[in-house]
Design a protein around this ligand. Structure first.
Ligand code: ADP
Ligand code: MG
Length: 482
């Protein structure tokens, strides 16, 4: 798997992780704001409670004053009891307010209310009530005036406290409202964003996992039905793309293997048939050639020319027969080290002696040793060099380049200055009987490829440095013949 291992898994985990993180952030934010609102509401309740107590206190003080006034109006102590009750209520409320006071100012105000209340009570019991009972109008009026002062002092304090609490409440209310609006907006934004993101993640996973998997399974199904031409798109950068590439490679290898198998079967079939026919034809051919050559010694003029044509055609028949026999048995036997340079030069010499090279220059470069059956290897070299010379024509050039690897593998590249191989011809070059030459057999390359493969090697064709074709024979490091 190599460096791409886990890419898809990582991407899916990352996408889900981001999604979960986004939802977690949204939830955490919403919870935080909720706690804020809760705290605000609690404070609001507290301030509200204080404001209510302050209002109750104002009522209680007014009550206390009312009983004081009744005592004066009625001129007896029948309201003394009510006054004491009102006084007790004022005291209880003042104590509660003192307990809940928020700061020093509030505490001072409450203490002042308490002191004023005490003073009012003392005034009522010690001065006003005795004066009323004694019917001392002057003293009653004076005491009433002082009492009013205390009462209005308490009222003013209580009003200030109430106003304060109301202001605090308004402030808290607006704060809570702001937090509510804010959190609603943010929660909407985060949750909406998370939902959009989730949709994006869904689409992304669909694209990067589901679709490639579907394509893979479709390709595999077609492959299972024997369609070796399927090609699965490899555009996914993760493991799935890697898998697709491997599947494609496997299909390619299978295709190649199948083609080679068919070619081998074809050759084997031709070989079996040809071996039988060739065997029967070889002897008569030998007899014909023997007689033709005998007759040629005595013939003159037009007859000599006719006999030369007969000889030539008979030799061609022999070539075909030999080629077919070679195809039938491309090479089985012990391997030996073959010095490629010597082998090439020997082949060139042989071709030159047989006047097959004409005015073509042949250069041999490089060194190398191959493990092969020497006669078979020489036959391949001869076929390649002869083809190159024929392709480059009069005055052409052929270059043979030998390279030997350290591990014993060797390559011989034969380039020529001929016209090269057309794309149509390239597909059939190695087919038996494919020839573009008037007197060709079309067996040279087929036999050569069969021999190369029997040695575990192969022949490839491309364009060489001389402008024409380049046929490269590659042989593997030392091994037993197939
Ligand atoms: P033959 O030489 O009898 O035609 P081969 O099997 O040797 O049969 O070659 C088959 C065909 O391949 C040739 O007829 C020719 O068209 C083509 N060919 C072979 N070698 C070359 C080359 N060096 N340059 C161009 N075409 C070539
Ligand atoms: Mg040939």
């Amino acid at each position: 798997m190599g460096p791409v291992s886990g890419t898809t898994t990582r991407r899916v985990l990352l996408a889900f992780g981001a999604l979960v993180a986004l939802f977690a952030a949204a939830s955490a934010y919403a919870l935080g704001r909720l706690a804020d609102i809760h705290e605000g509401t609690r404070a609001l309740r507290e301030v509200g409670g204080r404001a209510r107590e302050a209002r109750e206190l104002a009522t209680a003080v007014r009550d206390q004053y009312a009983h004081l006034a009744h005592t004066i109006i009625l001129g007896n102590d029948s309201h003394r009891h009510f006054h004491t009750e009102a006084r007790a209520r004022v005291e209880a409320l003042t104590r509660s307010l003192a307990e809940h006071a928020r700061d020093a100012d509030e505490r001072a105000a409450v203490a002042d209310i308490q002191a004023s209340g005490d003073a009012l009570d003392t005034l009522y019991r010690d001065t006003l009530l005795p004066a009323v009972l004694a019917k001392d109008a002057g003293a009653v009026e004076a005491a009433h005036g002082r009492a009013l002062e205390w009462v209005s002092r308490i009222q003013a304090r209580v009003d200030a406290l109430t106003a304060d609490s109301d202001a605090s409440m308004a402030a808290f209310e607006s704060h809570v409202g702001a937090v509510e609006r804010d959190s609603f907006r943010w929660a909407l934004l985060l949750l909406g964003g998370a939902t959009l993101f989730a949709a994006g993640v869904g689409v992304y996973i669909g694209n990067s996992v589901a679709r490639p998997v579907a394509r893979l399974s479709e390709g595999a199904a077609r492959l299972a039905h024997g369609d070796l031409d399927v090609r699965i798109p490899e555009d996914d950068p993760g493991e799935l793309g890697h898998l697709a590439a491997q599947l494609n490679r496997m299909t390619g290898a299978l295709r190649e293997h199948q083609a080679r198998l068919v070619q081998h079967e074809k050759l084997a079939g031709i070989g079996r048939l040809a071996a039988g026919v060739a065997h029967e034809i070889n002897n008569p051919l030998g007899v014909i050639l023997g007689y033709v050559r005998l007759l040629q010694r005595r013939a003159e003029g037009a007859l000599a020319e006719d006999l030369r044509v007969v000889e030539e055609e008979a030799v061609r028949c022999q070539d075909i027969v030999e080629g077919l026999l070679d195809l039938a048995r491309p090479g089985r036997g012990p391997l030996e080290p073959v010095a490629l340079r010597d082998a090439c030069e020997e082949v060139v010499l042989r071709l030159r002696e047989a006047t097959k090279l004409g005015a073509v220059t042949v250069e041999v470069h490089g060194e190398g040793t191959a493990w092969a059956q020497a006669p078979r290897l020489r036959q391949v070299l001869l076929n390649l060099i002869k083809n190159a010379a024929e392709a480059s024509g009069e005055g052409g050039r052929v270059e043979v380049r030998i390279t030997g690897d350290a591990d014993g593998a060797a390559r011989v590249a034969v380039s020529d200055s001929g016209p090269g191989v057309t794309p149509e011809a390239r597909a059939q070059l190695f087919e038996p009987f494919f020839t573009t030459k008037p007197s060709g057999t079309g067996l040279g390359l087929a036999v050569s490829q069969a021999i190369a493969e029997a040695h575990g090697g192969r022949i490839d064709v491309d364009t060489g440095a001389l402008g024409g074709a380049r046929f490269t024979l590659s042989l593997p490091a030392r091994q037993e013949a197939a």
